[in-house]
Design a protein around this ligand. Sequence first.
Ligand code: SAH
Length: 216
Amino acid sequence: MERTDSYRHKGLRKRLVQELMKKRIVDKAVLQAIGNVPRHLFLESSFISFAYQDKAFPIGAGQTISQPYTVALQSQLLELKPDDKILEVGTGSGYQAAVLLEMGIKLFSIERQSELYQRSTRLLRSLGYQGRFFLGDGYEGLPAHAPFDKIIVTAGAPVIPRDLLVQLKIGGIMVIPLGDKRQVLTRIVRLAEDDFEQEEIEACAFVPMLNGVVGR
Ligand code: SAH
């Protein structure tokens, strides 16, 4: 069963979507995207049978695929519109990227670990997802492609990276877990050139956002 998408997987996804609705995920486009992305293909084979539980799992290189609830919540907080241009920091397994791409946005995603960058780019391409993927340090963002309508950071940042704030459009939204070991999921709206509104959403736990590129 494992490397294909079967009716069984689709059924499990439906149940996952219902679970997320109970957890106050209300954005229909987000729920539909979660219902469409075959999450089991983003996991290592030993975890495949747990793919539709609302849990995070290891993906190699000491990293994790985010919990579906977290992916859904971050996506919902971005208030996505089709054609939004989005920067994702931390491609990881590529699952969050796939959910965003299902929603018809333009995605630029950056990952610092070469092993994950290569594996997730290959997988996303093989599934037909058309994003732009970069090996690099997300603290620097992608100045050549800025500004972005939305920025999603999927690793815990000790402070708000300045370069990312600068790459956000006026009126744009950034969702970022802020803090060291545990974080607070935070939404930042750029109201004007030098005016940022910051709202704390809820506690969360991500792997840390680290400096530099590994394994180039
Ligand atoms: N969005 C991912 C979550 C992966 S976990 C998913 O859906 O699977 C966070 C990822 O952020 C890890 O792969 C980690 O290597 C990466 N990361 C950490 N610091 C980073 C940085 N400075 N730049 C880019 N990626 C970073």
